[in-house]
Design a protein around this ligand. Structure first.
Ligand SMILES: Nc1ncnc2c1ncn2[C@@H]1O[C@H](COP(=O)(O)OP(=O)(O)OP(=O)(O)O)[C@@H](O)[C@H]1O
Ligand SMILES: N[C@@H](Cc1ccc(O)cc1)C(=O)O
Length: 420
């Protein structure tokens, strides 16, 4: 079967050798024939980075999302492995990518990798992941599912725009692997993968060259992710997989598998990797994750993380992490030029993200704490600036069991402590 041509170039330059599988880095005009298409808009915001494959398919990717073409609506998925008990800010970008599709009327699936997490994705890693036991993965998967469902609900309730949206569904791939018999799976699926292609993936090459080498479990990971895509294509009509740019190899394996079995084209879209100020990928491995579960990173700390962002990054983050329309972001940035000391864009960014992740109540609690760090709170006439500080009997709580609380300039409260 003839495979579509995958060419790699950026602004007219070629990467990789002709005939090699690859990805086209699109310019904005190339990303979509109609300038206002969903892909072009997200490309302009910087949220979508690579599209795969770009040419040689029966239906071209941008046409999939047009209401008028009979392809509407589509189903798009992104997977998250429960290798920890919470998602983090890096994951948020792919989730926002899903939400943008949902807002445009498409159906989206957030897939928890309850099965894949047991193997450990080698993509973007130089060392093998720490093996996780079945029980730990199950409890992480529960936590991830809860977090995804809570954000899906916040999105629906607090960011509605009056348009008819598509559905948001959370699934777990252990649902289809726990029924699989190993030998049946290998004979039905394994025969469709070529070793040469699997070995050529960057993730595999990097791990093979590492001193400890690569385990069979890790090597097999891309086969499971490819099969997930196939399963979701067959059962949910899912044609598009979204992921961080380190997921491209796994997405290509899915494309090749589905194309071989069905003759149909499916597509991959990547989002850029968010890095720390030192350039390291923000995530678990680098130990710099900013978590979305409030027990690991409080709403206040999440809010502060975004308030701290420097001026040269904040416009990019407003485009990536919020649903604010581009003209509104321009306006916020213009105001900022006049009054940079107010940190208006940073506060707006922090408020939008905290509301999506922790809801209205989480945002309110983050702001209450902010009042403390900015010196707006005093207890018994002493300013309190550390939100973590403990109330000390004798200092903050007087011997008669009372505290005098002052918030802002005019609000005074007398607190009576019933139990000390
Ligand atoms: N910093 C990031 N920026 C953008 N996307 C990210 C980031 N971190 C993870 N992702 C994406 O989220 C999904 C889940 O990734 P993964 O489980 O590898 O992340 P992680 O928890 O940061 O892992 P690691 O242990 O490698 O740090 C993938 O699509 C991945 O590309
Ligand atoms: N491989 C992805 C997670 C994932 C799992 C299963 C999938 O089908 C897709 C994606 C990661 O490590 O981040």
């Amino acid at each position: 079967m003839a495979a579509p041509m995958f060419r790699c170039f950026s602004r007219g330059r070629w990467f990789g050798s002709p005939g090699m599988s690859g990805v086209l880095f699109l310019g904005l005009r190339e990303a979509h024939s109609g300038a206002q298409g969903l892909l072009a808009v997200q490309k302009a915001r910087g949220l979508f980075k690579e599209f795969f494959p770009e040419r040689g398919t029966k239906i071209e990717l941008p046409e999939l999302f047009d209401r008028g073409t009979g392809n509407f609506p589509q189903t798009i998925y992104c997977g998250f492995d429960p290798t920890a008990d919470s998602l983090h800010v890096g994951h948020l970008l792919a989730l926002l990518g899903l939400f943008h599709f949902q807002r445009a009327g498409h159906n989206v699936i957030a897939l928890v990798g309850g099965a894949t997490a047991r193997l450990g994705d080698p993509s973007g890693r130089t060392k093998e992941r720490e093996a996780l036991g079945a029980e730990r993965v199950r409890s992480n998967a529960r936590a991830l599912r809860q977090g995804l469902e809570a954000m899906g609900a916040n999105h629906q309730q607090l960011f509605a725009d009056g348009r008819p949206w598509g559905s948001f569904t959370v699934l777990d791939n252990s649902a289809w692997y726990q029924k699989q018999h190993l030998v049946d799976f290998l004979s039905a699926v394994g025969g469709h993968f070529r070793m040469g292609t699997l070995l050529s993936r960057l993730s595999v090459q990097t791990r093979l060259r590492s001193p400890e080498g690569m385990s069979l479990a890790e090597f097999f990971y891309q086969v499971l992710q490819a099969y997930d895509f196939y399963y979701l294509f067959q059962h949910y009509g899912c044609r598009v997989q979204l992921g961080g740019s380190d997921q491209l190899g796994n997405i290509m394996s899915g494309y090749e598998f589905i194309h071989k079995l069905t003759g149909e084209d499916v597509f991959g879209i990547t989002v850029p990797l968010i890095t720390s100020t030192t350039g390291a990928k923000l995530g678990k491995s680098a130990g710099n994750a900013v978590w979305l579960n409030r027990d690991k990173t409080s709403p206040f700390e999440l809010y502060q993380f975004f308030v701290r962002q420097q001026d040269d990054l904040v416009e990019r983050y407003l485009k990536l992490f919020t649903f604010l329309p581009l003209p509104e972001i321009d306006h916020i940035m213009q105001l900022h030029e006049k009054e940079p000391e107010k940190r208006g864009p940073q506060k707006r960014l922090a408020a939008e993200v905290t509301k999506l992740v922790h809801g209205q109540e989480g945002l309110a609690s983050a702001k209450r704490y902010r009042m403390i760090t900015e010196g707006g709170v005093s207890i018994n006439h002493r300013q309190v600036t550390n939100p973590e500080s403990v109330l000390v009997v004798g200092q903050h709580i007087l011997k008669n069991g009372l505290s005098l609380l002052k918030i802002g300039k005019r609000n005074f409260y007398i607190i009576k402590w019933l139990q000390l």
